[in-house]
Structures are given as structure tokens and as C-alpha cells.
Design a protein around this ligand. Structure first.
Ligand code: PEP
Ligand code: MG
Length: 882
């Protein structure tokens, strides 16, 4: 295959091959925009390198060919002594991973050509600074040297000069630094810094390939659920310089505000600087609008290009650009990352502008984004002590204790503490800390700083550029306007307004939740709520999947109903056996004879009946799937260890342990090594006489009572953990007998959960005895993988995620190939027996956006999820249907 593409040969559809940066550089080149010439080495070449440990043999020739063409076009050569061609070597994967992988700039400089660059630019300081940067980046990135070696040398040079400012180092100082750096390279590696530009390029390309597997990149991919095997493309781009003087500069621009979605001029600009300086947030930038005063021609050009790009991509674009001595160059564009709120507002704005239709708008928002909009906000009316206001870079309301290091954040989070990571600026190595923290606060950098970009990508609250904060990491304190805040003290940050408060600020429901609750009208003037309303309404119109809720209480049922649930897909009745009712369950378990057992059941029945009365009333007119008791009974008894200690203590004191001793005997009798694979689900019902019957009597009599009151109760009875059709026949016979005995005159559906692999495989038989199926994907995942759902997350999942065995826990998002195949089989075989068999899913996956897509594809009728995920499920069900 072709491994290298000139920018003019690609386009934006070639994302997987050329990576995001390469594909969009190609697209801009072909749009006639000012892109510095260059070429892209494909991600396929990277994958080959990662697989074999060496670059594909044919790559060198292809690169030669493209380097020749580039040199011809530019009229100069790499390393040319009097006027060198310089290139950047940049990573660019199909999925954006800001700052996670490597870049080497100024490739092509060496001891000779640095003089040519000095002469050509008329600026020796600039040339030696460029060479200094090359050796430094090369040392760090390609040769894996410790970056501090270089930073320390720069500090030493400044100290010797008695200055703290980089800009005070002149050409001679920088020249001396280059010597120091080259010597450091030799000391660390035993080799000279390579003078041959092509060798520099080849080594830099390999380093970019390798950086795909750098720790922070691996961590980022895990966090963002990005597949581990994509690899990165490498872009070789002729250099343009934003640091040639005050008529040069570099910046980042958005065609709309990535925080709110509003249109306007958004971005940051930094005069006399290179791109890396802006993204690193090391120096504070000026607003993009100021460029109009600084350089009107470049500003006007940029505005025209931004309009063209947005029209072309039909979406918010973000852009990196450089001005070199008054000439504008485009270095990157892409459909830009945005906050959840901006995603909704941009989508509906584009509909109003006639750019896209409502289907397309719905495709452009995600369930996960809607979930973010449902997080609480700070209460505007609460008393609060504001200590500063800076840039709201990523929305949300976060409260936590101040920590100053990423390691500190991780440590605190492991102890279950909530923290705010406070830094001057963040860099890619802070990713661990950013993940662990509730929010991030920085004192430097704008909306496009590393902290801001990464936080927005993760949906994490971030306030940046809080210049009033004097962050002193060594002393562990922040000084701000006369207030001192120490590590460990609590602060609250508002990522929307940029405000920072001392102490904990109370939160209130978000406007989006108020809308779903029915307490805020869609046309009340909140534009975000209006957008959400339009898109969820459209999702409801187009979706085929129904959305029900998992709920055990009338309150949850009522909330879910307000949120749009079309019934209950799973009521776990065991939750009704907790609290004071444990004692009755205890008596049931301890019962020695039929009379005692019946007495215990008789105590429970009216309580259960009241539960069902409330639940069915709350869901009046809608189906309520009630699952008969599932967990092993000893879950309702005290722990064996505790009881054993109690009994032993009593005996030691010469007391008679009595009840406790009897309980201990029962607990020992019921003890199971693998309770999840033991006496639970339908097995319990078949083994303990009267247990299922009691529950069914409670359901039936509650329903009969509600009918009598003129209501419309619609219970459905569900039998858990069935593996053989014989089990279901037996349980069903018992249920039907009780329904008849209570005098139910209409038909109550009786169905089963499909949560064992065997059940999925023989679903055709099971369907004979079932009116409906509900896939219990929690147990189905547990039993298919042989993973204990209660143990594995802490035990080894993090290792598995690191090793890329899976990108996300299969308990969170359905494993399509394994567990998903069983769901598909179960659905197909069940419907082969009964074509109109109703099919639902009630495991945790019912509220997971990716999984919902899958359940739509396999033709289920509904998903059931917790009340707060109902809106997300509605939205995703709509998106699945498009
Ligand atoms: C399931 O197993 O997916 C399920 C919904 O039941 P539970 O989580 O109660 O075992
Ligand atoms: Mg289950």
C-alpha cells in the first residue's frame, strides 16, 4: 500500500489513514487555503511499525520521493547551508488526543544550516533559538532524555546572566546553550546529535510512532474509550515561524464559542511565539479580537477563512494558525471539541440557519453529553465567598480539597476524597491527576490551554487563567487578594462562570433537569433548555425503542414517569425485604415447619401488597414488570463471622446464645462458596414452598384492589435466572394458580429474564412458557465471562483496561461480540417460537449510550434503566434509529 501522501493527495474523508490533522491539512490544501506544503505518513505505516518494531522497508523510498518534491517546490533543501528547508514532524491520530503524543520542530537545522537560517532571517538570535529547540525536543522525544536536563541548563544560563526571562538570552547565550545541549546528548546516549537532516527526520518519525504507546497516551485512550490499535499518522510540514518578531505570532481560533455555542470571534493570540507556547498555556494570550488592531490584513484573512471552513464542514471548526511576518498560514483545523451545552446549541442553531436538518442535528449530540447537562449547578442564592473570577473553561460545579500535584490528587481520590487540582498550568503528564480530581483550577493559560482542552474533552469542570492566584506549590498555599488558602482546604469552582469560592457551595438541579421534571418550560427563555427540548422531542418521534425504568419505589417510579419512562422494566422485589422486614425474612429462614414458614410469609404479604399498591398506582396505565425474589436468602441474614463471634462471646461469659446460635446454624447451613451460582432466582421459588406464591398474591391482590378503585394497573410478573424451560413451566404453573385463586379476571403477562448463557441458547424452548423476555445483561455478562460482578472491578479490571483487553468494562458497556451475541441469539430464537414475543433489557447496559445502539440493532422492544438515565436513553434510542 501507499504509505505517504502529499497534502494535495488527501481529503477529509481519509481520517483513518491520514489521521485527523493530515486529512484536514489535505482538505484545506485542496480548498486553496494557505497551508505550508508537506506530506503525511499513514497510520498504517505506524501500525506496521508497532507490530514489527521496525519501519516498513518501502517507507524510506516513498519518503525520499516526497522530500524531493517538497524541496523542489520550496526551492531549498533540508540542511542547505545557506538557506535550509525546515520541517516539523507531528503526530496526528484519527481521534484527537490533545498533547498526548510527540512533535519535533525545526528538523533540518545543524551546525552549518543554523548560520544560513540566521542570515536568511536576518535574526541570529531566532536561528540559534530554533536550533536550541530542535536539540531539546529531539533529546526529550527521540532520545528519551530527561527534560529537566535541558530546563536546568536554561535556568543556569539565565542565572549566569542575572535574568529570569528567556528573552534576555541573546544569540551567543543560545549558541552556548546549543553546545551544552549537544554535550548533554552525548553524555546521555554516547552518540552525537545527528547532523544529517534526513537522519533527524527518520528518527523523529519513529519517535512519533512510538509515542502512540506512551503512558499518558495509553491512559488518555482508556479514559476516552479510544481503541488501542489505531496508531498515529505523521505529518511532515514545512516550518513557518510565529516567533520572528512582533509582526509574527500564533493563535487558536474557533468559529463559535466552544463553551456555549454562541457565534462570534473566539480564540487566543500570542505575538512573537510558536504554537506550542499557546497550547502549553505558558504565557498568557490576548483575545483573538485584538488581532484586528495588531494586524488587520491577517485578521481579515483569518475571518474569511473561518467562514469558509465553517460553511465547508457545516460545523464548529477549531483552527491553529501562525502569522509569519504579516502572512497568515493555516496549521490545523478540525471539527472542534465543544462542551455538552455548546453541542446542543450549535446543533439547533445550524438547523435554524438552514445548514443541517433536524435528523443531522440529533446525530450530532450524544447521550453522554445530555448526561453531563443533568449535573447539578451551584445555588445562585446561597451565601458564598468568592475569591476570584477567571475563565470558565469547562462547565460544571465542582467542590473539593485543594491539592497541588497530580500524585496528590490520585492519592486523595483513592481514599475517596474529593479534590480540586490547582496548578499554574497543566501538561500532559498531569492527566492522572486531572482524571482523579473533581475539577481543575489553573492560574495561567486561556480557553485553549492544555488544561482547558483536556478538561472539556473529559467533561471535567475547569477554571483557568486565574491570574490573581499566587500558587505556591512549594509552600502548599494559594494567595489571592489577601486571602490564603492552604492545601487540604475546600474550595468550589464554577466552570461556567469561572468563579472560585472558598468552602463548599450548595448545589441545585440543573435547568435541564428542571425541564425534565416539568418545573421549567422549554420556552421559558433558557436557550439550552430549548435546544434540549427540540432534540429530545425529535428523538421521541423517530425512535423505535421504548424506554422504561428500573424502579422499586413509588418515588422513583413517579420521577421516571416525569422523565418520560413508558413503564417499569424491572422492579427488584428483594429491595422490599430490607430494613425492619429483615426479621420476618429471618423467621422465614429459621422456620422448622410449614406452620412457622406460613406465619412468616403471612407477615410479609401485606407489606409487599402495600408496596405494589403504591408502585402500580404511580405507574397507572403503564406496564410494571415485577421480578420475583432473586438473591440468595442469606443475604438478608447477619454475616457468619459476626454471628460466630457473638455466639462465642456469649458462651465465654457463660450466657446462653439462644436466638443467635439458631441463626448461626441457619447461616452455616445456607452458606455457599459461590452464592451467585447458588440457591437464587427461580431455584429459590421452586425450593421454598409458598415464597413465590406470597409475592404473586401480593401483586394480584394489589392489582385487583386498584381495578376496584377504577385505576388501570398493569403488572407483569417476571421469573429470574431461568436456565431450563422446565423451571419456567413449574414457576408459571404456580403463578397462574395464585392469579386464579385471587380472582384476576384479565391476563397478567408472565415472562422471564434471560441472564444465563443456557437460557439464551435455548430461548426457542423458553419462549414456549414466556410471554416476554427481559435480558439481564448484568448476570449474563457475569456468567458469560465467568467474572464475578461484585469482585472484578477492584481486583483486576484496571489491569485489563491498561493491557487493552477491553477498552471499557463489559459491565458498563455491552460486549457486543460475546454477551451481545447471546442477546442476539436469545432474541432470534425466542422470536422463532413466538414472533411477537416482547423483548426488553434491564441490566445496567440499558442506560449506556453505546449499548442502546446495539439493542436497537438486535431488534429489542425496549430498554430499561435507572430514572436519571431515562432522558439519555430516549435521546440515544432516537439517534440509533437514524
Ligand atoms: C441483570 O442481571 O442484568 C439484572 C437486571 O438483574 P440483577 O442486576 O438484579 O441481577
Ligand atoms: Mg440478574
Amino acid at each position: 500500500p501507499k504509505l505517504v501522501y502529499d497534502f494535495a493527495e488527501g481529503n477529509k474523508e481519509m481520517l483513518e489513514l491520514l489521521g485527523g490533522k493530515g486529512a484536514n491539512l489535505a482538505e484545506m490544501t485542496n480548498l486553496g487555503l494557505p497551508v505550508p506544503p508537506g506530506f503525511t505518513i499513514t497510520a498504517e505505516a505506524c501500525r506496521a511499525y508497532l507490530a514489527t518494531g521496525s519501519v516498513p522497508p518501502e517507507l524510506a523510498d516513498e519518503i525520499d520521493h516526497h522530500v524531493d518534491a517538497l524541496q523542489q517546490r520550496m526551492g531549498k533543501k533540508l540542511g542547505q547551508a545557506d538557506d535550509p528547508l525546515l520541517v516539523s514532524v507531528r503526530s496526528g491520530a484519527a481521534v484527537s488526543m490533545p498533547g498526548m503524543m510527540e512533535t519535533v520542530l525545526n528538523v533540518g537545522l545543524n551546525d552549518d544550516s543554523v548560520n544560513g537560517l540566521a542570515h536568511q532571517s536576518g535574526n541570529p538570535r531566532f536561528a540559534w533559538d530554533a536550533y536550541r529547540r530542535l536539540v531539546q525536543m529531539f533529546g526529550k522525544t527521540v532520545l528519551d532524555m530527561d527534560g529537566d536536563i535541558f530546563e536546568d541548563a536554561i535556568e543556569a544560563a539565565k542565572a549566569a546572566k542575572g535574568t529570569r526571562n528567556d528573552l534576555d538570552l541573546d544569540a551567543d547565550d543560545l549558541k552556548a546553550l546549543v553546545d551544552t545541549f549537544k554535550k548533554a546528548v552525548h553524555d546521555a546516549t554516547g552518540r552525537e546529535f545527528p547532523q544529517d537532516p534526513r537522519t533527524q527526520m527518520d528518527l523523529a518519525i519513529e519517535a512519533v510512532f512510538r509515542s502512540w504507546n506512551a503512558d499518558r497516551a495509553v491512559l488518555y485512550r482508556r479514559q476516552e474509550r479510544i481503541p488501542t490499535d489505531l496508531g498515529t499518522a505523521v505529518n511532515i510540514c514545512s516550518m513557518v515561524f510565529g516567533n520572528l518578531g512582533m509582526d509574527s505570532g500564533t493563535g487558536v481560533a474557533f468559529t463559535r464559542d466552544p463553551a456555549t455555542g454562541q457565534s462570534g470571534v473566539y480564540g487566543d493570540y500570542l505575538q512573537n511565539a510558536q504554537g506550542e507556547d499557546v497550547v502549553a498555556g505558558i504565557r498568557n494570550t490576548v483575545p483573538l479580537a485584538d488581532l484586528e488592531q495588531l494586524d488587520k490584513t491577517s485578521y481579515d484573512d483569518l475571518m474569511a477563512i473561518m467562514a469558509k471552513l465553517e460553511g465547508h464542514y457545516r460545523d464548529l471548526c477549531d483552527i491553529e494558525f501562525t502569522v509569519e511576518r504579516g502572512k497568515l498560514w493555516m496549521l490545523q483545523t478540525r471539527v472542534g471539541k465543544r462542551t455538552a451545552a455548546a453541542a446542543f446549541r450549535i446543533a439547533t442553531s445550524l438547523v435554524d440557519e438552514g445548514v443541517i436538518d433536524t435528523d443531522e442535528a440529533l446525530k450530532r449530540v450524544k447521550g453522554a453529553q445530555l448526561a453531563q447537562l443533568m449535573f447539578p449547578r451551584f445555588d445562585a442564592d446561597a451565601d458564598k465567598e468568592r475569591i476570584t473570577k477567571a475563565i470558565g473553561a469547562s462547565p460544571g460545579a465542582a467542590t473539593g480539597k485543594v491539592v497541588f500535584t497530580s500524585a496528590g490528587a490520585v492519592e486523595a481520590a483513592e481514599k475517596g476524597e474529593k479534590v480540586i487540582l490547582v496548578r499554574r498550568e497543566t501538561n500532559p503528564d498531569d492527566l492522572h491527576g486531572m482524571i482523579a480530581a473533581q475539577g481543575i483550577l489553573t492560574s495561567r493559560g486561556g480557553k485553549t490551554s492544555h488544561a482547558a482542552v483536556v478538561a472539556r474533552g473529559m467533561g471535567k469542570t475547569c477554571v483557568c487563567g486565574a491570574e490573581e492566584l499566587d500558587v505556591n506549590v512549594a509552600q502548599g498555599l494559594i494567595k489571592v487578594n489577601g486571602t490564603v488558602i492552604e492545601a487540604g482546604q475546600t474550595i468550589s469552582i464554577d466552570g461556567t462562570t469561572g468563579e472560585v469560592f472558598k468552602g463548599e457551595v450548595p448545589v441545585v438541579p440543573s435547568p435541564v433537569v428542571q425541564y425534565f421534571e416539568g418545573s421549567l418550560a422549554p420556552d421559558a427563555g433558557d436557550e439550552l433548555v430549548a435546544s434540549v427540548h427540540r432534540l429530545i422531542t425529535h428523538a421521541d418521534e423517530v425512535r423505535r425503542l421504548g424506554v422504561r425504568t428500573n424502579a422499586d419505589t413509588a418515588d422513583d417510579a413517579a420521577r421516571a414517569r416525569r422523565f418520560g419512562a413508558a413503564g417499569i422494566g424491572l422492579c427488584r422485589t428483594e429491595h422490599m425485604f430490607l430494613g425492619e422486614r429483615r426479621e420476618s425474612v429471618e423467621r422465614l429462614i429459621l422456620a422448622d415447619n410449614d406452620a412457622e414458614r406460613e406465619a412468616a410469609l403471612a407477615e410479609l404479604e401485606p407489606l409487599q401488597r402495600d408496596d405494589f399498591l403504591e408502585l402500580l398506582a404511580a405507574m397507572d396505565g403503564l406496564p410494571v414488570t415485577i421480578r420475583l425474589i432473586d438473591p440468595p436468602l442469606h443475604e438478608f441474614l447477619p454475616s457468619m463471622e459476626e454471628l460466630a463471634v457473638k455466639v462465642a462471646l456469649a458462651r465465654e461469659r457463660g450466657q446462653e446464645p439462644g436466638h443467635d446460635a439458631a441463626l448461626l446454624t441457619a447461616v452455616e447451613r445456607l452458606h455457599e462458596e459461590n452464592p451467585m451460582l447458588g440457591l437464587r432466582g427461580v431455584r429459590l421459588g421452586l425450593v421454598i414452598p409458598g415464597l413465590f406464591a406470597m409475592q404473586v398474591r401480593a401483586i394480584a391482590s394489589a392489582a385487583v384492589e386498584l381495578k376496584r378503585q377504577g385505576k388501570d394497573p398493569r403488572p407483569e410478573i417476571m421469573i429470574p435466572l431461568v436456565g431450563a424451560v422446565q423451571e419456567l413451566h413449574l414457576a408459571r404453573d404456580e403463578v397462574e394458580a395464585v392469579l386464579a385463586e385471587v380472582g384476576v379476571e384479565w391476563s397478567i403477562p408472565i415472562g422471564t429474564m434471560i441472564e444465563l448463557p443456557r437460557a439464551a441458547v435455548i430461548a426457542d424452548q423458553i419462549a414456549e412458557a414466556a410471554d416476554f423476555f427481559s435480558f439481564g445483561t448484568n448476570d449474563l455478562t457475569q456468567t458469560t465471562w465467568g467474572f464475578s460482578r461484585d469482585d472484578v472491578e477492584g481486583a483486576f479490571f484496571s489491569r485489563y483496561l491498561e493491557k487493552g483487553i477491553f477498552a471499557v468494562s463489559p459491565f458498563e458497556s455491552i460486549d457486543r461480540e460475546g454477551v451481545g451475541a447471546l442477546v442476539r441469539t436469545g432474541a432470534e430464537r425466542g422470536r422463532a417460537t413466538k414472533p411477537d414475543l416482547k423483548l426488553g433489557i434491564c441490566g445496567e447496559h440499558g442506560g449506556d449510550p453505546d449499548s442502546i445502539q446495539f439493542f436497537h440493532e438486535v431488534g429489542l422492544d425496549y430498554v430499561s434503566c435507572s430514572p436519571f438515565r431515562i432522558p439519555v436513553a430516549r435521546l440515544e434510542a432516537g439517534r440509533s434509529a437514524l
